[in-house]
Design a protein around this ligand. Sequence first.
Ligand SMILES: [Zn+2]
Length: 167
Amino acid sequence: MICSECGGTLRETREPVVEEYRGERFSVSGIRHFVCDACGNYELLAEDADLLSEKIAAQYEERHKLLTPAEIRETRASLGMTQVEFEELLGVSSPTCSRWENGVVQQSKTVDRLIRVIAGVSGAREFLEQLGKVSTANYAAEIIPFIPPTRGGAHAVTPSFESTKEG
Ligand SMILES: [Zn+2]
């Protein structure tokens, strides 16, 4: 194989790979890859790239004590909520919850902590549900007219709201 960066020869190896993820460095060993000794570039086959991503996500999960995909599913189920309801409560788009629970996407530390608060702190869920209702009501009632400026100078910015589901 030829290096796509410099045209040098690639060498197959399983030396540790150091990659950055969410601003942190992770070293993963045992991943087959092809390294160019001339320029330092390395290349992976698609299946090995997937494996590398999985291992980095697992290290991140352990380092930050994140809930596992199964634990997210269990937590949501214990609250008696559907994925869509849980997404609305957390303020994330659909199908984010399904992606977390299937391990396709890893939740942020912020979301992880929010889930723990909802599950562990009495009244937290009700507070968020109330917050959702209030903001929906405001969006529906508050129509802000845009008045174009009559003189030169700074232009007003028209507020735009995403359509929010009722309930
Ligand atoms: Zn190279």
